[in-house]
Design a protein. Structure first.
Length: 109
């Protein structure tokens, strides 16, 4: 049985079009020396891991490998990619997370 090349190429193109775009997860560690809040979550002094998937509007906060909070926010475009991950903190409240090498920042309400 002979396959028509056109139908084969159309089928291949449809298959490639249905493969989801792979999301990238950004991670950074943070150490807080005083009580800090992120969203409605209070963080005690200690070491935390922050991670965000660039296709979702949420930031996960983990400690010792366990997710202790998930906060909602949005991705915003920033002028240039930071060399290092950075946090914006205003009155002990995290307002923005910038991940190294990403031209978007995670903005918290």
């Amino acid at each position: 049985m002979r396959l028509n090349v056109k139908y084969y190429l159309v089928g291949l193109a449809l298959l490639v079009a249905t493969i989801p775009v792979s999301a990238r997860t950004y991670k950074q560690s943070a150490v807080f020396t005083s009580n800090t809040s992120i969203g409605s979550t209070q963080l005690k002094p200690g070491s935390y891991d922050l991670s965000a998937d660039d296709t979702k509007m949420e930031l996960n906060i983990s400690q010792n490998g366990k997710i202790i909070a998930t906060v909602q926010g949005q991705w915003v475009k920033i002028p240039q990619k930071p060399r290092n991950s950075e946090l914006d903190v205003d009155n002990d409240k995290i307002t923005q997370v910038r991940f190294r090498g990403n031209d978007q920042a995670f903005q918290l309400p």
